[in-house]
Design a protein around this ligand. Structure first.
Ligand SMILES: *Cc1c(COP(=O)(O)O)cnc(C)c1O
Length: 379
C-alpha cells in the first residue's frame, strides 16, 4: 500500500545507504551502481569533498532569497563560464526548469517564437520542455502542446532546413540523446546545423542535462564538436545528488533577461551551490576528464569484446562513460535480472541498456559489471 502517485514503475529495491559506486539495500545486500541515480551521482555517492562542502554550508546559512547578492552563485557561475562558450548563468533546480529558462530566453531575445527540436529527444516534463520533447508518448493525454514546436529527424539536415523559417527562434538538441537511446549527433550534421542557424539568425541551444559535467570526458559533450552554442542547459550531475539546474548563455543574450523576466525562489540555493562548487572543482580538471575518457574507452572496448558479437546485441554506442547496448529485444527482464545479481543499470527506449556509472568508477568495478552483463546476456 502506497500513498504516492504511481508515476514511476519501481524495481523492488529500497536503499539503506550508499557510498562511492556501492548501494546497500534494507536487507544488507550490496549493488554496483552503474546508473548513478540517472547520471546524477557522477562523483559517486556521498563524495567526501561534496559532503564536506555541504556540512560547512549547513553551519553558515541555508537560504536568503535572490533579493540579495550571493557570492557562491558567482563562483559556480564562473566555473561554468570558464569551461563553456557561455558568459552568464541563471540558476534553477532541475533539468526541465533549465530548459524552460532557455525557451523563454530564446523567445524573448529573438522576438521569434518557433522552436525546432528532434524526434526521440528528451527535454523534461513541464509544459515548455515537454512540448520540446519529440516523443508522442510523453505528450499523450495532456491536451494541446504549446504552440510553435516542431520535431526533425535526428541527424537529418534537410529536415531542419525545411522546418526553419523567419519565425524560428532556436534549435534545441542533445549532442547524445540520452533517454532516446544513446544516439550520437553526427559531426557533419552539427557543422551544417551551425551554418544553417547562423544564416537564418536562429539560436543554437544544447541540452547538456545528461551529457554535461564531465560525463563524456569533456566538461560538456558539445566540446567534442567545433560548435559554440548560444545556450547550454545543465542539471543532473551538477550537484552530485543535491537538486540544481543552470542555464548558461552568451553575452549577446544578456539584455533579454532583465529584472522581472524570470526567477526561481530556490534557484542558486546556497546548499545546492556549495555542492555544485565542490563538484566543478573536482570534475573540471584536465587529468580527471582524461581519466573519464580513458575509462570510457576501456568500458566500450571490453564490452565490445565480451558481448559485441552476441546475437541478441545489435550495437554498442557511446562517448566517455555514457554507453548504450542496443539489443534486439525488450531489455526490462535483463535490467531486473542484473539488479538481482547486484548490478544497477538503466534502460533507454525499450531495447537499450544504458550505463551511466559514476565517473569515479574503478577498472575493477568495470570488469565486474562487464562480467555480470555478459552472463545475463548469454542466457
Ligand atoms: C533528465 C533530463 C532532463 C530533465 O531533467 P529533470 O531534472 O528531470 O527535470 C532534460 N533533458 C535531458 C537531456 C535529460 O536527460
Amino acid at each position: 500500500m502506497t500513498t504516492l502517485f504511481p508515476t514511476y514503475k519501481r524495481f523492488n529495491l529500497s536503499v539503506e545507504r550508499a557510498s562511492g559506486t556501492i548501494v546497500e539495500d534494507t536487507n544488507g545486500k550490496t549493488y554496483l551502481d552503474f546508473g548513478a541515480g540517472i547520471g546524477v551521482c557522477s562523483l559517486g555517492h556521498r563524495h567526501p569533498d561534496v559532503q564536506q562542502a555541504l556540512e560547512s554550508q549547513l553551519n553558515t546559512y541555508w537560504h536568503v532569497s535572490n533579493l540579495y547578492h550571493n557570492p557562491i552563485q558567482e563562483k559556480v557561475a564562473d566555473a561554468l563560464i570558464r569551461n563553456s562558450s557561455g558568459d552568464q548563468v541563471f540558476f534553477c533546480n532541475s533539468g526541465t526548469e533549465a530548459n524552460e529558462a532557455a525557451i523563454k530566453l530564446a523567445r524573448k531575445a529573438t522576438g521569434k517564437h518557433k522552436i525546432i527540436s528532434f524526434e526521440q529527444s528528451f527535454h523534461g516534463r513541464t509544459f515548455g520542455a515537454m512540448a520540446a520533447t519529440g516523443q508522442e508518448k510523453i505528450h499523450s493525454g495532456f491536451g494541446p502542446m504549446l504552440e510553435g514546436f516542431s520535431y526533425a529527424p535526428f541527424n537529418d539536415i534537410d529536415a531542419v532546413k525545411q522546418a526553419i523559417d523567419n519565425d524560428t527562434a532556436v534549435v534545441m538538441m542533445e549532442m547524445i540523446q540520452g533517454e532516446g537511446g544513446i544516439h550520437i549527433a553526427d559531426p557533419e550534421f552539427v557543422q551544417e546545423l551551425v551554418q544553417l542557424c547562423r544564416q537564418n539568425d536562429v539560436l543554437l541551444m544544447v541540452d547538456e542535462v545528461q551529457t554535461g559535467i564531465g560525463r563524456t570526458g569533456k566538461p560538456f559533450a558539445y566540446q567534442h564538436y567545433s560548435v559554440s552554442p548560444d545556450i547550454i542547459t545543465s542539471a543532473k550531475a551538477l550537484g552530485n545528488g543535491v537538486p540544481v539546474g543552470a542555464m548558461i548563455a552568451k553575452e549577446s543574450l544578456h539584455d533579454a533577461f532583465g529584472p522581472g523576466s524570470h526567477a526561481a525562489t530556490f534557484g542558486g540555493n546556497p546548499l545546492a551551490m556549495a555542492a555544485a562548487q565542490a563538484v566543478l572543482k573536482h570534475v573540471f580538471q584536465d587529468d580527471f576528464l582524461q581519466e573519464v575518457a580513458e575509462k570510457g574507452t576501456y568500458l566500450s572496448q571490453r564490452l565490445s569484446e565480451s558481448v559485441g558479437n552476441f546475437s541478441g546485441v545489435s550495437a554498442i554506442r557511446g562517448k566517455g562513460l555514457m554507453i548504450g547496448i542496443e539489443c534486439h529485444q525488450d531489455v526490462s527482464p535483463l535490467v531486473g535480472r542484473l539488479l538481482d545479481e547486484g548490478l544497477l543499470v538503466l534502460s533507454a527506449g525499450s531495447n537499450i541498456i544504458r550505463l551511466l556509472p559514476p565517473l569515479t568508477v574503478s577498472e575493477k568495478e568495470i570488469d565486474t559489471a562487464i562480467q555480470l552483463i555478459g552472463d545475463a546476456l548469454m542466457d
